[in-house]
Design a protein around this ligand. Structure first.
Ligand code: ADP
Length: 309
């Protein structure tokens, strides 16, 4: 294989009670990337469309993860990377993760799959660290493995794929405001009370159970975050209105996507997900903020190959 074109999906990390460990993969939102072999040794970003991002491999997450893999192999050729970016950087739906996994997934396909998905995640973590200044995999894992994933541990990397019901859909609103990662981190509590910790891990355990057993009532009952949301939601304008309106529109639950500013809701059925998206739209239309809305089924496959030759 000389060249491959892929769809690299957006992802939602944290999923209310699963701060830093849980994530899920979207189907209708993502970037496209083309990677091809080139006779010249090295990693070269040759084209970027959609958003202004650095072309130097060392400054672009796609390049950094590609270099991490490139340094682990011994080949007499290089790779060119084209990025067609649709996921706005900093939107909170895994923009950097999509690039980080995209390059290593493609290289692995071209090389005849010497690495498994966990090893690909290890390389992608190096890219993700460029954007977020720390090594985490809660957006990378769902993009590579698809569906819901739980990052059991980062060192050693252990990713568990969790099944999910067929009729689960996500609605996402991305208010066009910037939340600095430093601010999103600064508001996090340094310590949590035992009462809150118990509530959080009981919700996470029951959410995983609800996903396994396709029990929507249990999923609904579990989508709560008593540790991070109370602090971070203050950074997102009209957060409480969005949340109460989407719950009235029938969502199973809603919370901050990643570190924000996007807000996600999960619903049973596409019809409810559309009503939930309408409710999000209504709240933000009445404000001065621009916004995007996405509706997506859960993408159980993860990254998809569009073309290869
Ligand atoms: P998100 O919140 O959507 O996951 P991040 O905050 O993780 O997005 O990443 C965005 C940051 O990473 C921006 O500062 C952006 O300039 C930088 N970056 C570098 N390369 C890329 C890339 N290929 N795709 C997206 N962001 C990138």
């Amino acid at each position: 294989m000389e060249e491959i074109k892929i769809f690299s999906p957006a992802t939602v990390a944290n999923v209310a009670c699963g701060f830093d460990v849980l994530g899920f993969c979207l189907d209708s939102v993502g970037d496209e990337m083309v990677i091809r072999k080139t006779p010249k040794k090295g990693i070269f970003i040759t084209h970027i469309e959609g958003f202004n991002l650095p072309y130097e491999a060392e400054k672009n997450v796609a390049g950094v993860s590609a270099l991490a893999m490139y340094n682990a192999i011994d080949v007499d050729f290089g790779f060119e990377i084209e990025i067609y970016k649709c996921i706005k950087p900093g939107s909170g739906i895994g923009s950097s993760a999509a690039s980080a996994v995209g390059s290593v997934f493609c290289m692995n396909e071209i090389l005849g799959r010497p690495f498994n998905k966990t090893q690909l995640t290890e390389f992608a973590i190096k890219g993700e660290a460029l954007a977020s200044k720390c090594e985490h995999a809660d957006n990378l894992a769902p993009a590579l493995f698809g569906g819901f994933t739980l990052v059991k541990s980062v060192a050693p990397l252990n990713i568990l794929k969790i099944p999910s019901p067929d009729d689960l859909f996500a609605s996402i609103i991305h208010p066009q405001i910037e939340i600095k990662t430093a601010d999103a981190r600064a508001v996090l509590p340094k310590e949590v009370s035992l009462t809150d910790a118990i509530t959080q891990w009981s919700n996470l355990g029951s959410l995983v159970h609800g996903l396994h057993t396709s029990n929507y009532d249990v999923i609904k009952d579990s989508l709560h975050d008593v540790i991070v949301e109370p602090h971070r939601s203050n950074l997102i304008p009209h957060y409480q209105s969005v949340k109460s309106e989407v719950l009235m529109a029938g969502a199973l639950g809603a919370c901050i996507s990643g570190s924000g500013p996007s807000i996600f809701a999960l619903s049973k059925s596409i019809e409810t997900a559309k009503s939930v998206a309408d409710a999000m739209n209504k709240v933000y239309t009445a404000t001065e903020y621009n916004f995007d809305i996405h509706i997506s089924k859960i993408n159980t496959e993860g990254i998809k190959i569009i073309e290869q030759h």
